[in-house]
Write a protein that binds this ligand. Structure first.
Ligand code: ADP
Ligand code: MG
Length: 632
């Protein structure tokens, strides 16, 4: 029953018999690496250790850039913070005097790790809070700015040794073993990397992971599902920075000295290369990218000078060209292509909770639905001006529990604008919106969601690459509460099962049971609209706002949608529909509000509205008119 939820392999025709699952293959490779570790040549071990260090930073960038949609050129600076923190603590007499009483010398690197993490946390949080508000190209530019600042700071601080840096960093000591060689420390590096990949993978496969994925498509949808996008962006930024700092800490104890050079902007750009070339949206792409770039750099530094007859950083030019080529040919990086080829032999492990049988043992938060006839949503004299244009003029409207209210009007009448006013996307210029008895002035849409407002979008907003069930589960975001750490450690499984069960229930109810495990983008547009309804329902709303739900639906699908909306009304939901299909509206709605040029020109039952001369006039503007037909 469980179709693979991996978007790469989900489309594949079943060619031959897959030999192993992806998890088995991963485990086999890890065991192979572990067994071979003791016998590999010194040089290979050293290169592998470096790859591990880079991959750790790149994995953070995959999360930040590939999944979260935020580009950073400045990660090398956080590696520097992690490196310098431990180097300073382990070598400075001042630090020794300070810590001497509490910390044994062998434990100093751990104090260094702690300091590095605390500093990075504070720095990343502060930088993130300021710069992540920036849109478009300003954010990447800003990361260049602070990447450079930190780099120069390292070189200009006397107590950090200036350009010479800090020497004499001691090796890491674990359980009495001194990890002085790359062969010894490399084991720790790769263990940390694999652990980090496991935790990040878990995070992505969770409630919070779905919220993180939703960040990339803009904030509107995520906020409407109740996700605090600003907070999630900062947390993601801090997470990526912490991974970089851990890498820096390991690096300092591998090299046994630090200076500013490896934390240069150049390296920041290289790190981003790794994430993007490997496959910005895929965690293993980080390892692939780190390996490719590291090996290539190694080769180029050998070959290029002899080829060009002089030495210099020519490899940067080659990297630039390479990046252009890869992004031209493989827009998603190399990992998806590799995975596609491997898909012949490798079966994806059922990774998402989506594909697992669900036996929920915990209950999601439940909302007490209001009594029939109770006013749920009330707009009083709402106006919206865009410069000189009055898009909404003094609109008043109520939506009660157990009714379907339709909002109709010609194109440009102001329906979508009004929709935005009553869902927290935009604030009215004048007037008041009340939801569940509360004034909603200046409140963001996630507060509307928390108070029981569910909505769909005129232009469908789904995570196209993710399965339908994952998309729908995002709608139940606010009904669960397990956070990032719980997800990383897989302590959220009971709750996750409950979320998945709820998502499947809503999908069944909306008639899409057969498509639960397919990527949302592979459904027809009409079906995608229904997925949006299921997603809204997963939040157990009392108010449902639907923007043109019947657009793109076939006749039978429209009938099914009518039946579903009728059921929801009977359950006591208040439903507001913006819709062009007059037959659909007239058969379904209890009350209709007609807008023209931003003003309400009629309100009443379908029969009243159809008989209203002003409405007929407004609609007569168009050549052929269904409303008029209906009225006769
Ligand atoms: P409808 O959804 O009924 O077709 P809209 O609410 O989208 O109408 O638009 C109403 C009017 O407001 C239109 O004239 C439109 O051009 C204008 N409008 C909508 N949004 C904006 C905006 N963000 N800035 C300026 N004008 C806008
Ligand atoms: Mg519109």
């Amino acid at each position: 029953m469980s179709a693979p939820s991996n978007p790469i392999t989900a489309h594949l025709p079943p060619t031959g018999k897959p030999l192993v699952t992806s998890r088995q293959l991963t485990l086999a490779l890890v065991v192979l690496l572990a067994l071979a570790w003791g016998f590999l040549p010194e040089f290979t071990v050293s290169v592998l250790s470096n790859i591990g260090l880079y991959a750790l930073v790149a994995a953070g960038l995959v999360m930040l850039t590939g999944v979260g949609g935020m580009t950073s050129f400045g990660q090398a600076a956080f590696v520097g913070v992690g490196s310098y923190a431990t180097a300073w603590i382990c070598t400075s007499p001042a630090a020794a005097a300070w810590l001497g009483g509490f910390v044994a010398p062998a434990l100093l690197p751990w104090a260094g790790l702690l300091l590095g993490l605390v500093l990075t946390f504070a720095l990343a949080w502060a930088l993130g809070a300021v710069t992540l508000k920036l849109q478009g190209h300003y954010l990447p530019l800003c990361t260049i700015a602070w990447g450079l600042s930190l780099y120069y700071l390292f070189g200009n601080m006397d107590f950090l040794g200036g350009q010479t840096g800090i020497t004499g960093v001691p090796p890491l000591v674990i359980a009495g073993f001194s990890l002085a060689t790359p062969r010894a420390l490399g084991v720790v590096i790769w263990a940390v990397l694999l652990l980090a990949l496991w935790a990040l993978h878990n995070l992505l496969d969770s409630r919070e992971g779905r919220a993180i994925r939703a960040l990339k498509g803009g904030r509107l949808m995520a906020e409407s599902m109740g996700v605090n996008t600003a907070r999630h962006r900062v947390k993601l930024f801090v997470l990526a920075a912490l991974l970089a700092a851990v890498s820096g800490w390991l690096y300092a104890h591998l090299q046994r000295f630090v200076n500013p050079t490896p934390f240069n902007l150049n390296i920041g750009i290289e790190l981003l290369f790794m994430a993007v070339v490997g496959g910005a949206g895929h965690l293993w792409g980080a390892v692939l990218g780190a390996a490719l770039i590291t090996l290539l750099k190694e080769k180029l530094q050998d070959v290029l000078p002899s080829l060009l007859g002089s030495s210099g950083n020519f490899e940067v030019i080659v990297f630039g060209l390479l990046m252009l080529f890869v992004l031209q040919r493989f827009a998603e990086g190399l990992w998806p292509t590799l995975a596609r080829i491997a898909g012949r032999w490798v079966r994806p492990h059922a990774t998402t909770g989506a594909a697992r049988p669900a036996v929920p043992t915990v209950q999601l938060a439940q909302r007490n639905l209001p009594a029939k006839g109770e006013v749920l949503l009330q707009a009083t004299s709402v106006s919206k001006r865009f410069g000189g244009l009055v898009a909404n003029n003094d609109i008043s409207m109520t939506l009660k529990a157990g009714e379907i209210h339709a909002l109709i009007g010609p194109n440009g009448a102001g329906k979508s604008t009004f929709f935005n006013m009553i869902s927290g996307v935009d604030d009215p210029s004048a007037g008041e919106v009340r939801l569940a008895g509360q004034t909603m002035t200046a409140k963001p849409s996630r507060v509307f969601a928390a108070l029981g407002l569910g909505r769909t979008f005129q232009h469908v907003r789904l995570l196209g690459q993710r399965s339908v069930v994952e998309n729908v589960a995002l709608g139940a975001h606010l009904r669960a509460k397990r956070g990032w750490l719980a997800a990383m450690l897989r302590l959220d499984r009971a709750e996750e099962a409950a979320l998945m069960a709820e998502a499947r229930r809503q999908i069944e109810r909306c008639g899409l049971g057969a498509h639960a495990d397919t990527p949302a983008a592979s459904l027809s547009l009409g079906q995608q609209r229904v997925v949006e309804i299921a997603r809204a329902l997963a939040g157990q709303p009392s108010v449902l706002l639907l923007d043109e739900p019947a657009a793109g639906l076939r006749h039978l699908e429209k009938r099914a949608l009518s039946v579903l909306l009728g059921q929801l009304r009977a359950e006591g939901l208040g439903i507001l529909v913006v819709e062009h299909d007059m037959e659909f509206v007239m058969n379904l709605a209890d009350r209709i509000t007609v807008l023209e040029f931003g003003t309400v020109i009629a309100t009443g039952t379908p029969a009243e509205v159809q008989a209203n001369p002003r409405v007929l006039e407004a609609y007569l503007g168009g050549a052929d008119d269904e409303l008029l037909e209906d009225a006769r």
